[in-house]
Write a protein that binds this ligand. Structure first.
Ligand code: SF4
Ligand code: SF4
Length: 441
């Protein structure tokens, strides 16, 4: 059905994949934590609003907060037990966020609302969308944009192509790879639900060709649905970034500052599709996810983890660090966020915990720019990272905006390639923050 010959995009880099350590490790269920920390903000948008009190008894899947606005989602208890406290707690994306802390009763009881509906595919699209909202689903590839909002494009923006993102282009991460192998039917059903909600009859699954087993399994399971095609993509970072993926699969270019709906596309991650299936077929909220634990750790694994589990539970379960870690990152090493405490919890967007030694970090002594032009050559957004970073360093934030700093997708390719070891993306992120701060004023 699909005539897709080009599977690539301009720019990008080829960092060492480091996926071999976990790609063949089946997903393991981590023991139930004694306590979970459920931050009220795990998504892009307004924080959710608390609806429980200290001392309340909850079951896994019960809501503990409601959406704080249209661009927001509710959060749920991920274990059964008692609300021990409602207080600010360290958050993996930085700072402290008001959180519901639940002490386990060890019984792992689930909300009575969770039950299988064999007729789920015949539910009206609006009802499906509402179930996705009530399940608290936010993009699980790391972007954490509320899924029900993404599935509600304005009527004038006609979507004709749904894209399922199975590229998982960040080094080390294999959680989506394992999910595609072990939960294939659920992912394809979730994708069909997404397509039904959008009213589209063209679905493309994009998977990097370093996962031939996942490509085969996804092809086998989707073969009975002629409206879905699986496409093998070249291995290149950031193949999984929305605009690059859309271009690689459809040759459509999302204009600067615009969303994929401008070109009739909508992208969802494979983990999100699985969560969508759970929500619509079972009324099961998003209370767990798969996390890759890799790097300098005794046993590298893929774990299924309850949302709110402290990061330390994962690293302990994996046998602890081999050496004293220089850097701990959640997400992948290219775009992930450095952690300062293992007391931070797993949240809906946590795809991995990567432990790096000093020689693996890559940023050494910085020298002045060599004007080699490599950062310009590889920038997948056609930006001039060297010029933007230099403007930022000289306090010329407004001028950095003129050079389209806001279009930066923060992929980190420029910093990765720079022989002068300049952390260009850090400067560009700062420019974006300042420009947006100014715009809000
Ligand atoms: S400027 Fe932004 S988009 Fe371009 S390579 Fe650097 S981080 Fe990526
Ligand atoms: S890659 Fe680094 S050294 Fe080369 S032009 Fe860009 S900033 Fe300068």
């Amino acid at each position: 059905m699909f005539d897709i010959l080009k599977r690539n995009f301009k720019g990008g880099v080829h960092p060492k994949e480091n996926k071999k350590y976990t790609e063949s490790k089946p997903i393991e269920e981590i023991p139930l934590p004694e306590e979970v920390i459920i931050p009220l903000q795990q998504h892009i948008g307004k924080p959710s609003k608390i609806i429980v009190n200290k001392g309340d008894k909850v079951n896994a899947g019960d809501p503990v907060s409601e959406a704080g606005g249209f661009v927001s989602v509710p959060c749920h208890a991920s274990i059964s037990g008692t609300v021990k406290a409602i207080q600010p707690h360290i958050h993996p994306l930085g700072g402290e966020v008001n959180s519901v802390i639940i002490e386990s009763d060890g019984e792992d009881k689930y909300s009575e609302k969770i039950e299988f509906n064999p007729d789920y595919m015949n539910l009206p699209a609006e009802e499906m969308k509402n179930m996705i909202y009530e399940a608290g689903i936010a993009g699980m590839g790391g972007a954490t944009f509320p899924t029900h909002v993404k599935l509600s494009p304005p009527p004038e923006k006609k979507i004709d192509t749904a894209i399922l993102n199975g590229s998982e282009c960040e080094p080390y991460l294999t959680s989506d790879h394992r999910l595609m192998l072990e939960k294939t039917e659920e992912i394809i059903e979730g994708f069909r639900i997404i397509m039904k909600i959008l009213g589209v009859n063209r679905g493309i699954v994009g998977i990097e060709n370093n996962k031939p087993d996942a490509i085969k399994k996804m092809e086998d399971v989707s073969s009975k649905f002629p409206e879905i095609g699986v496409v093998s993509l070249d291995v290149k970072y950031p193949q999984g970034a929305e605009k690059q993926l859309i271009y690689a699969l459809t040759r459509r270019k999302v204009p600067p500052g615009k969303l994929p709906m401008e070109v009739g596309c909508l992208v969802q991650n494979v983990g999100t599709a699985k969560a969508v299936y759970d929500a619509v077929a079972f009324k099961r909220p998003l209370i767990d996810r798969v996390v890759t634990v890799a790097g300098d750790i005794t046993h590298q694994k893929n774990l299924n983890v309850r949302i709110g589990t402290p990061l330390k539970n994962l690293t302990d379960y994996c046998g602890g660090f081999v050496n004293s870690p220089k850097k701990i990152i959640i997400g992948g090493p290219m775009m992930g966020i450095a952690q300062h405490s293992l007391n931070a919890p797993v949240i809906k967007g946590t795809s991995g915990i990567i432990i790096l030694r000093s020689e693996q970090i890559g940023f050494g002594k910085t020298t002045p720019c060599l004007n080699c032009g490599k950062c310009v050559e590889i920038c997948p957004m056609n930006l001039t990272p060297n010029i933007i970073a230099s403007l930022v360093e000289n306090g010329r934030i407004e001028d950095a905006g003129e050079y389209n700093a806001l279009d930066c997708i923060e992929c980190g390719c420029c910093s990765y390639i720079c022989p002068a070891r300049i952390n260009l993306v850090q400067n560009i992120k700062f420019a974006k923050f300042k420009i947006m701060q100014e715009a809000k004023k």
